[in-house]
Design a protein around this ligand. Structure first.
Ligand code: F6R
Length: 646
């Protein structure tokens, strides 16, 4: 209760105040936000051009600024934005690192920006990951001098790491630190695995501009997207200045702007508990959020919350305007209670007025879209099983091949198996033997920076196909209801994907038209750190929109969104919660186990150390625990869904 104070009526009450110590702008999504930042940069570039001056940009790498660079490139190509007067200094580079290596920031910057605009090569500066150890200190000093000589940085772009780092200034970095060599934090190295196949390959060191160097920039944009950044953003923006979260030093900067998408802002008080910040426009959803928050904050089940609890936690307004606490509690309790159903496809012959799904038709046609070949069982394996057991016509559609997440050693094992089988049984034509020998040779020689040849991609995709089929069959699906879309946007052989294309959308449309589903289940990762889920979702949304126009049956098609492997919907947003018994949870685990190539450490696993089945179980158990703590029935685990209303 550190933000509380005695008020005149004797109640302890949270003060209404601004918790944010830096100016923050929140956008609906990262694309809109990135366009805004890109426009501000373009404006500054043009302004300087008019004055015949150069502009100095401080640039970041990582996933955060990508859309800003894409927008700048678009402006260059379509709107004639020139970079001839632009000088750039990048924040950092791994050490040691060859420029041409797949993971180098030098390569990143050229691929995303420099190769596509008219910047002069001599105006590009990136810390050098190739200098000898003895020369690192002087090369850093030189870097600082070059920044000064260029007149200092006009606009500095920053992302934020989950450790709170800016550049590679990890916890412990001092406020006036200059460009120097640093050791990377354990969490940062872990997050970098997505670019490096395995954690062992991630360098231990980097060269980075210091907090002091960043601080000298005249304008700083600190950007963050996605729910996985929400906690560190809250600490950076609302926390005390501390070397433990280097981004908090920016609170002292005279011209810093924090730019967030909605998900990254979720833990700021104005979003998580807006009633503590100002007057609210209360609607049913916000009231539900407030009551759930109050129950969680006080540790009391909803039906035990008192008028005093509301008053003492900044919610007196709610019980004065809306009702007394007793009525309010019951209203929200019932709302949450009604989200729980063991009939995710609707309960036949039941009154469905306050159930999440329609009773009719009793047997529904359903498509479960799974972005990767295992999201179906990881994220909704229990519900999937129930839908099948309850007699619905369930189809599962695997949207992408998922080939990038298969280790080379698995591909090698399968390639050798096919070759040996062919040789032992003498069933393989000579060219096929040659072809497989070539594949095996490629895999034996492959190093971390080479991309897979198409045959290897195909083997990896087929491995995942087999696993997906095994998982779906285990759940009881006949083969003709298992569909592989292999959406082309995914097929680049690297983590960077193509944008969503017409062919992708048509594949989804064709299946929907053929099945004419009453229910679609989709991975609703609206802000997805693993961009594939978001692209897969956009394909479904777009297909849905296009089909809605011309088909009556589409009116009966409801879209339910589950969340991918990352995190669950907040309880107050859940519209359907499907409980699982301990046995059902065990069965779900077995279906996940069918995805053998994804056990232990698949390549590019994201930023979570647990295996997929553990994440899934922890998450489903946590939802059940939250429901029971609110005073609702206690289940072993629950899967949660939100309905997309177009
Ligand atoms: C990159 C850099 C880092 C990143 C940060 C966030 O040049 O210095 O501080 O900005 O690690 O990374 P992403 O954007 O990949 O989440």
């Amino acid at each position: 209760m550190k933000d509380s104070a005695k008020t005149h009526n004797g109640y302890l009450k949270y003060e209404l105040k601004n918790f944010e110590k830096m100016p923050v702008k929140i956008w609906d999504d990262s694309l809109e936000a990135s366009r805004h930042v890109a426009r501000s940069i373009a404006l500054a570039i043009r302004q300087k051009q008019q004055d015949g001056e150069k502009i100095v940009l401080g640039l970041a790498t990582g996933s955060t600024p990508i859309k800003v660079y894409e927008e700048l490139v678009r402006m260059h190509k379509e709107e004639g934005l020139s970079f001839k007067n632009v000088i750039t200094f990048n924040l950092d580079e791994y050490y040691p690192m060859q420029r041409t290596a797949r993971q180098s920031y030098w390569r990143f910057m050229h691929e995303y920006l420099f190769d596509h605009v008219d910047i002069l090569a001599e105006n590009i500066h990136i810390p050098d990951g190739t200098v000898q150890m003895e020369q690192v200190a002087s090369s850093c000093e030189q870097y600082e001098k070059q920044i000064d000589l260029a007149g200092g940085i006009d606009i500095q772009l920053l992302g934020i790491g989950r450790t709170g780092h800016i550049g590679f200034n990890e916890p412990g970095a001092w406020e006036t630190s200059p460009t120097r060599m640093v050791r990377l934090d354990h969490l940062t190295r872990h997050d970098a695995v997505k670019d490096f196949q395995s954690e062992d390959d991630v360098p231990y060191r980097a060269i980075t501009m210091g907090v002091g160097s960043i601080f000298k920039a005249r304008t700083v944009y600190l950007m963050a997207w996605g729910q996985h950044k929400a906690s560190i953003v809250q600490q950076a923006v609302e926390g005390e200045i501390s070397t433990l979260v280097p981004a908090t030093f920016l609170q002292k900067h005279p011209n810093v702007k924090v730019v967030l998408d909605r998900s990254a802002s979720e833990e700021l008080t104005r979003m998580s508990a807006p009633w503590l910040v100002g007057i609210c426009n209360w609607n049913d959803d916000l009231i539900c959020k407030a009551v759930v928050w109050l129950s969680q904050t006080t540790g009391k089940p909803i039906l035990k919350l008192t008028d005093e609890d509301y008053n003492e936690h900044g919610l007196s307004e709610l019980i004065i305007e809306q009702a007394n606490s007793y009525e309010l509690n019951i209203r929200i309790f019932n709302r949450l209670q009604r989200t729980i159903t063991g009939w995710p496809g609707g309960k036949p012959n039941a009154d469905d007025t306050s159930r999440p799904e329609r009773a009719k038709p009793a047997r529904k046609r359903i498509i479960l879209f799974s972005p990767h070949p295992d999201d179906d069982v990881i994220s909704m394996g229990g519900t999937f099983q129930r839908l099948v057991d309850q007699g619905h016509e369930v189809h599962v559609a695997y949207q992408t091949s998922g080939n990038i997440a298969v280790h080379d050693y698995d591909a090698l094992r399968y390639a050798e198996f096919v070759l040996e089988f062919g040789q032992v049984h003498q069933t393989m034509p000579e060219e096929e033997i040659k072809r497989f020998k070539k594949i095996i040779q490629f895999l034996n020689k492959k190093n971390d920076s080479s991309e897979d040849i198409p045959e290897v991609r195909s083997i990896k995709g087929l491995i995942r196909r087999g696993e997906a089929r095994a998982g779906a069959r285990f759940t009881g699906l006949p083969d003709e209801r298992i569909h592989f879309l292999d959406m082309p946007f995914y097929e680049t052989g690297r983590t960077r994907k193509k944008p969503l294309g017409e062919e992708d959308i048509h594949l989804v449309m064709e299946l929907i038209e053929r099945i004419k589903p009453h229910q679609i289940f989709a991975a609703g990762d609206l802000a997805d750190p693993h961009g594939t889920h978001r692209v897969c979702l956009d394909a479904i949304f777009e297909a849905y929109r296009r089909l809605s126009g011309g088909h009556d049956w589409m009116k009966d098609c409801w879209v339910w969104m589950y969340r991918g492997a990352w995190h669950e919907w907040p309880v107050y947003e859940i519209e359907m919660a499907v409980p699982m018994s301990p046995q059902q949870l065990r069965k779900k685990r077995q279906a996940i186990f069918m995805h053998q190539s994804q056990k232990d450490r698949p390549p590019f696993p994201g930023d979570d150390k647990r295996e997929f089945w553990q994440r899934a179980e922890d998450r489903n158990r946590d939802t059940a625990t939250q429901y029971s703590a609110l005073g609702l029935a206690e289940y072993e685990a629950m899967e949660a869904f939100v309905r997309w209303k177009g």
